[in-house]
Design a protein around this ligand. Structure first.
Ligand code: ZN
Length: 502
């Protein structure tokens, strides 16, 4: 039976909200443990434990009284932004969870379970045909999912909604089209200039020193070690296990400077967002980042916009040189700055530089759109990939392992995820332009290693809101405009104009 007053109905929703949130935190803890510590013999039982928690969460999210409860509250005028957001988000979760029958969710889990190892083998053996039947099933499931969730202009919209709520494929397409021309032009101009050197980044970098420096920089930019940890995993990530418990991971390559250091700065950027959310929102659906795109804007802000900026390198280069006297003996800050900003068309997305990165995403977005609306058949993916790649980058992958088989996302059923990476860059550039107006001396601050004013600005304007404001509205409130790719293009042109003397 539904309680009568708005207050008690809200109270009921909040109790349920806390319960779901705590179960999700338990799930995240088990997943974090699986990636960092789990002994191999425990893998099977762990997946049973995770399935159990997943089922309990789904049961709560779709509980029969949640529908009427949130419908009712949505009709009521609620005084606070937080309460309205709480109702909106639970209503959305309820709606989406109840549109997807258990049978589909289980089928998807089974297909992914088989597709992932099949993908890993296919990539290793460069054998797209071996992965194609799995991909066909995953695309069919994604389409089925989209149809059940509902869409108007393109089935892709339903998938995008999961990762970037409120953003449509038409909006992404318009933004990406604008970006493509500008980036392609810049890449061409850079290619005509003499290349900068970065051989010194691939020398001996002992792991212990890398870890010490990574932890130092994470501390300097504001990571709270009393409310977080850093561990080692094959694929780095950031996860939140509770309001005061944010875990980041990294991996080390003893012969490459960038991987661990920039990886740690990236994940710290995600963690600073989570650690900066208003504690009042903590144990709630409201207590996390508002979308993957906004999340990525925070990681890339610290990794690239700050971590690869001239004042940042000026501040840290003496520290690097002291830590690695042999590898960096014949390099100065200027050369190091240029080296970590080298631009070059390359095949692998995760190794791409700041400029060409977006082209990798644009390619995947176009192919996913076509796969989902049926205009591209799975069997034609390698050809379509190679053709579009050649058009965008001017080079052609020699095989599918360095082409359409390189990413795990499709094998995980993650169609619709890729655009959030580039949206992150675009949001970061737009936020950065607003931040510079508030802190015109940001270069002096960064050059002195004083990051607190920058973090404070991010906390006040972005972090503290958690999921109370959707991405689009957050962007408008912070910058006064909707998302506009021209900020990112201007940033790239200015920065790389200086690096390459254009
Ligand atoms: Zn990230």
């Amino acid at each position: 039976m539904l309680p009568q007053s708005t207050d008690s109905r809200l109270h009921e929703l909040k109790e349920l909200d806390r319960k779901i949130h705590r179960l999700a935190a338990v799930q995240a803890t088990l997943e974090w443990d699986q990636e960092t510590n789990l002994p191999p013999s425990a893998v099977e039982e762990r997946s049973e434990q995770l399935a159990l928690i997943e089922g309990l969460i789904h049961e709560l999210q779709t509980s029969p009284y949640l529908g009427p409860l949130t419908a009712d509250l949505a009709e009521t005028t609620l005084p606070s932004d937080e309460d309205r957001a709480l109702v909106r988000l639970h209503r959305r979760e309820y709606d989406r969870a109840s549109r997807l029958p258990r049978d589909l969710v289980e089928r998807q889990a089974r297909v992914v379970g088989v597709a992932q190892p099949a993908w890993a083998l296919a990539r290793r053996e460069n054998d797209f045909d071996a992965f194609a039947p799995h991909l066909a099933k995953l695309v069919a499931l994604a389409r089925e999912r989209a149809d059940l969730l509902g869409w108007q202009d393109h089935p892709y919209d339903a998938l995008l909604e999961e990762y970037e709520p409120g953003t449509t494929s038409a909006e992404v397409k318009a933004v990406f089209d604008g970006l493509e021309t500008g980036v392609a032009e810049l890449v061409k101009t850079i290619a005509a200039r003499p290349q900068v050197r970065n051989d010194f980044l691939s020398c001996a970098y002992p792991r212990g020193v890398q870890e010490r420096l990574g932890r130092q920089i994470a501390t300097d930019i504001g990571f709270d070690w009393n409310a977080g940890r850093l561990d080692v995993t094959t694929h780095p990530f950031c996860t939140t296990l509770g309001p005061r418990d944010v875990r980041i991971t990294t991996r080390y390559d003893e012969n490459f400077f960038n991987m661990a250091l920039y990886g740690i700065i990236h994940e710290t950027g995600h963690a600073l967002y989570e650690q900066g959310i208003d504690p009042r929102l903590g144990v709630s659906i409201l207590g996390s980042g508002t979308s993957l795109g906004i999340h990525e804007s925070q990681s890339r802000f610290w990794e690239n916009f700050i971590g690869r900026s001239r004042p940042f390198i000026d501040h840290y280069f003496p520290v690097f040189q002291q830590a690695y006297p042999e590898s960096l003996s014949d390099v100065d800050a200027e050369a190091f700055y240029k080296g970590v900003n080298l631009v070059e068309p390359s095949f692998i997305r995760v190794e791409a530089d700041e400029v060409t990165y977006s082209l990798h995403i644009i390619l995947r977005f176009r192919l996913e759109l076509a796969l989902l609306d049926g205009s591209l058949k799975v069997g034609d993916v390698p050809d379509a990939w190679n053709q579009l790649f050649t058009k965008l980058f001017g080079i052609r992958p020699a095989n599918d392992a360095q082409g359409c088989l390189q990413d795990v996302h499709w094998a995980m059923g993650g169609l619709g995820y890729f655009p959030t990476y580039t949206l992150g860059n675009l949001y970061a550039a737009q936020f950065f332009d607003t931040l510079k107006q508030a802190l015109p001396d940001w270069e002096t601050l960064v050059g002195r290693g004083e990051f607190a004013p920058l973090l404070r600005w991010l906390r006040t304007n972005i972090h503290r809101h958690g999921r109370v404001l959707p991405a689009g509205e957050l962007c408008r409130r912070v910058t006064g405009q909707p998302l506009d790719p021209s900020h990112f293009l201007r940033y790239l042109n200015e920065k790389y104009g200086a690096v390459y003397g254009l």
